[in-house]
Write a protein that binds this ligand. Structure first.
Ligand code: GRF
Length: 192
């Protein structure tokens, strides 16, 4: 792993597909003097991702790539990452699975946040599945990305209690609140 020895921050790209609340939160943290990363690039597979607005608001370069051909998209992304001297990738609600060869090129330098207590509930619809199974707890996990879905080394995890009257909306809202604490904490743990 890259070590942060300040004052230069680790140049980071955040990959999003939707709302971008984790992106917004990471941008906010990156402004702190002692936070180890700077957000220099936003990448999305979805031109309509709401989170792209934070590129305008915070004057961060943003790029959209069409994933109908993943090989071509990833090739273009890699060249943009190199051009911008990006050393770390934070996936934050990015809904595409990166290829093995892409992950290998950024080996140990891609983080993801997942809304479950991994290794439980890899993949999609985690909250609905946890509720259906009458789990007592859900939560979120920040992990390194390897070539298997939601399976890389876990950096940090936070449990969130599931209440009897919870539904997908209430539970996801509560978990998301914890995600906004967990992602920056995991980054600090890795680099400070
Ligand atoms: C989060 O729950 C994240 O864990 C999951 O997708 C959601 C993204 O939310 N991978 P946002 O776009 O950061 O608001």
């Amino acid at each position: 792993m890259i070590k942060y020895s300040g004052p230069k921050k680790i140049k980071t790209a955040v990959f999003i597909s939707g709302t971008g609340s984790n992106l917004k939160n990471l941008i906010k943290f990156s402004k702190q003097k002692k936070f180890p990363i700077s957000i220099d690039l936003i990448i999305s597979n979805n031109a309509k991702a709401k989170g792209l607005i934070y590129g305008n608001n915070f004057k961060i370069k943003k790029k959209v790539f069409n994933f109908s051909n993943k090989i071509i998209a990833e090739k273009k992304i890699l060249s943009v990452l190199l051009k911008n001297k990006i050393k770390l990738i934070c996936l934050a609600g990015f809904m595409k699975i990166l290829s093995k060869s892409f992950v290998q090129k950024f080996d140990g330098k891609i983080l993801n946040i997942h809304p479950s207590l991994l290794p439980k509930y890899k993949g999609l619809n985690t909250h609905a599945r946890a509720l259906k199974k009458n789990e007592k707890y859900s939560g979120c996990t920040v992990h390194l990305v390897n070539s298997k879905l939601d399976s890389g080394k876990i950096i940090l995890q936070k449990k969130v209690k599931i209440y009897k009257n919870d539904n997908v909306e209430t539970l996801s809202k509560r978990v998301l609140k914890q995600e906004h604490k967990l992602y920056p904490a995991a980054i600090k743990r890795l680099f400070n």
